[in-house]
Ligand binder design. Structure first.
Ligand code: PHE
Length: 403
């Protein structure tokens, strides 16, 4: 009896990742493969995390319905970071030490991915951000990937649209200085717009969670710009649009993917309708595979998927496809599923994660909802962007911009 209790205590200590991970004699009989996910499920960017999670869930259910990875089901453990960078690092620390996932999906926001990616890199756990577009993200290290385009391209795309398609020559920029994405996108936009012959006549700053932008807007509007470029997230962008109109600004508002939320029109109302932003995909894309995804998603969640849902779906599918390739070797399958804390098995687990990293890096010609994905040497895919117009009930496709 005493012996049995001791044995159980030792067993539980070794298997703090959960009984399922260690049951049935350990590494040679894998029971499940655990993937970590972290995102903004609450807070100022809550729709980003929720949409991404919906897309990941759909891909995971589909994969498990096909038998998971070589017969082993996938379980995704989700942590909410409340739309805060500090919490993103805490969430990933928790996942790494408590759940020991084979890979991690997240975050949406570049600043939050940048806060957490060094932890995954140090642990040798592959991380795929579905939608962080700052160039700095994948520069963290060779275990960090993304499945979206990057901001030098997105900034160029929206600058060309402003200059060529809309004939805009004078722009003022209002950016979120605490947000790596916003600062970078403002810079990339300026570079292209200026090169093309346009002028950035003013630049002002705010910080995520601010609610009053009247001082900045008043000085910008005094300079008489034809358009305001606002590379921020939907909550602040919605308020900025309202306040800009209240202050009498009648020109165009332009932005990037951070506008992509069903809440944008709820917050911005009439003021935001008829303005434009760049995005990763459009619900108007006639491609039958895209339309099939939209129909499936709508049936499941009761709304049309935004770009984040599509990117979450694509990212999880790339991860699962890579796992399947690695799991063709049974020893590697055991390594993918291994979550024990016993140092003796660490070698096999690290080898499996390394093999998974190498496999994700080889992703080529993957037909995603958001376009064809091929990882380049810096773990960034090259993909087209779309420009969409904000409408009362969502967005309308305007033009596609090739890389
Ligand atoms: N690209 C943004 C960033 O890097 C995040 C984002 C992507 C937001 C797609 C909305 C839609 O911070």
């Amino acid at each position: 009896m005493r012996l049995a209790t001791h044995f159980l205590a030792a067993f539980l200590a070794a298997c703090s990742g959960g009984l399922a991970a260690c049951g049935g004699g350990g590494a040679d009989e894998p029971k499940e493969i655990v993937v970590g996910e972290y995102g903004s499920l609450t807070g100022t960017a809550a729709t980003f995390g929720i949409s991404t999670d919906n897309g990941i869930k759909m891909a995971t259910e589909e994969q498990n319905a096909k038998g998971g990875i070589a017969g082993v089901p996938i379980r995704v453990v989700v942590e909410d970071d409340q739309s805060k960078a500090e919490e993103a690092a805490t969430a990933v620390n928790k996942l790494l030490s408590r759940d020991r996932p084979v890979a991690i999906l997240g975050e949406v926001s570049s600043s939050r991915t940048l806060a957490a990616a060094p932890l995954a890199q140090a642990a040798g756990v592959p991380m795929i951000s579905p939608s962080s577009t700052s160039p700095k993200v994948t520069q963290v290290g060779d275990y960090i990937f993304r499945t979206c385009f990057i901001d030098p391209f997105q900034g160029t795309a929206i600058a060309k649209f402003a200059y060529t398609s809309k004939g805009v020559r004078k722009v003022a920029i209002l950016k979120d200085v605490k947000n790596d994405y916003s600062v970078g996108l403002a810079q990339f936009f300026s570079e292209t717009f200026t090169q093309m012959g346009g002028t950035v006549i003013g630049e002002e700053a705010y910080s995520e969670a601010d609610v009053d932008f009247k001082a900045q807007l008043t000085s910008m509007i005094a300079l008489q710009p034809e358009a305001l470029f606002v590379p921020g997230y939907y909550t602040e962008v919605g308020l900025i649009a309202r306040q800009a109109r209240e202050l009498g600004f009648t020109g165009l508002l332009l932005g990037g993917d951070g506008w992509d939320s069903s809440k944008l029109v709820e917050i911005g109302g009439e003021a935001i309708i008829g303005n434009y932003f760049t995005n990763h995909y459009s619900v108007d894309d006639p491609n039958p595979e895209v339309q099939a995804f939209i129909a499936k998603y709508q049936a499941k969640y009761g709304e049309k998927p935004d770009g984040l849902a599509a990117l979450g779906y694509d990212s999880a599918r790339i991860l699962y496809q890579s796992m399947e390739a690695v799991a063709a070797d049974p020893a590697m399958l055991a390594g993918l599923a291994d979550r024990s804390s016993v140092p003796a098995t660490k070698g096999a687990r690290d080898a499996a994660r390394k093999a998974l990293r190498d496999q994700i890096a080889k992703t080529s010609g993957f037909k995603g909802v958001t376009g064809t994905i091929t990882m380049d040497a810096d773990r960034n895919p090259t993909k087209p962007a779309v420009v969409v117009e904000v409408t009362a009930d969502g967005t309308r496709f305007v033009e596609a911009i090739a890389p």
